[in-house]
Ligand binder design. Structure first.
Ligand SMILES: [Zn+2]
Length: 92
């Protein structure tokens, strides 16, 4: 269940490698609280962890709120095809 449990009670001394992977997984696998996306997924450029939510959600919200920096990023990501369906809040 918890990371702590795995550290205190190793899965198996023989499968040290597997054990490390399990520890890493249980520690690192977090999902966006808004959309459920896996966070910090190297294959997903919008999955950066923004305090429990993914950048995909946070960036869009911040852009909508008028955060220029976020809007600039989101526009670029939209142009790159990373945000299909995104609507620029200032270009309606
Ligand atoms: Zn999200």
């Amino acid at each position: 269940m918890t990371t702590r449990l795995w550290i205190e009670r190793p899965f198996s001394a023989k499968t040290g490698r597997l054990e490390i992977e399990i520890m890493t997984n249980s520690k690192k696998h977090e999902y966006c609280l808004i959309c459920g996306r896996l966070l910090d997924n190297p294959a997903d450029p919008l999955s950066g962890n923004c305090g429990g939510d993914c950048w995909g959600c946070v960036g869009a919200i911040e852009a909508e709120m008028g955060c220029e920096e976020s809007l600039a990023y989101v526009r670029k990501e939209y142009e790159a095809g990373l945000r299909p369906g995104w609507i620029d809040p200032f270009k309606r």
